[in-house]
Design a protein around this ligand. Structure first.
Ligand SMILES: [Zn+2]
Length: 203
């Protein structure tokens, strides 16, 4: 239940939003919260989502499918950009927590479907996918106003707060990830920082 709890809570939040859209007579006045609500739902869902591989038949623990930015990218393409951005941040926090095993053996290693464990490439896999998650968050929020981005920073801090207090035994790397994400969100000024710009900078 612990594993399903947060993804289920995220689904419940989306269901509440859809019900409000449909039935709440005051919704037009409240609709400005929609973006933040969806981002928070994604964040809550994403923090535990990678470990659903423990319950999906055919996947080994630390499957490369769930321990990657792929679920967030799929949601971005098929669903809503703000849930996807929240999900990407949640997955980035989870992956940075998974970067601190006691040793890089057995259950700590990333497993590709069919091919199996990628061995000592596992930390690199996790880092590349954390960067991919960051890229998604930047791209989605780069079009938002400064006020909206500040609200997203607040939501990120509050939404992740309980996780660090209650769940995370080794919070150092996830906290660094959160701090870096907040800096990025803050740095995206007037939509001028985008993945394309960062790419051009390094190219
Ligand atoms: Zn994991």
């Amino acid at each position: 239940m612990k594993l399903y709890g947060m993804p289920l809570a995220a689904c419940f939040m989306v269901a509440v939003l859809m019900a409000c859209r449909e039935f709440c007579p005051f919704w037009p006045a409240l609709s400005f919260i929609e973006t933040f609500w969806l981002f928070l739902a994604g964040l809550i869902g994403g923090i535990r989502l990678p470990d659903l591989d423990l319950r999906i038949p055919g996947l080994s623990h630390r499957s490369a499918i769930t321990h990657s930015c792929l679920p967030a990218v799929l949601l971005w393409v098929l669903g809503d950009a703000f849930i996807a951005a929240g999900l990407a941040l949640g997955i980035a926090l989870h992956l940075s927590s998974d970067l601190q095993p006691k040793s890089w053996t057995g259950g700590a290693l990333i497993k590709l479907p069919i091919l199996g464990s990628i061995g000592m490439l596992s930390p690199l896999w996790l880092i590349v996918n954390i960067v991919g998650c960051f890229a998604m968050v930047i791209e989605v929020i780069s079009g938002e106003s400064v006020d909206a981005r500040q609200a997203i920073v607040m939501i990120s801090v509050i939404g992740s707060g309980w996780y660090f207090l209650q769940e995370e035994k080794r919070p150092l790397l996830p906290l660094m990830t959160l701090g870096f994400a907040i800096l990025l969100v803050h740095a995206v000024k007037g939509g001028t920082l985008s993945v394309k710009m960062v790419w051009q900078y390094f190219a």
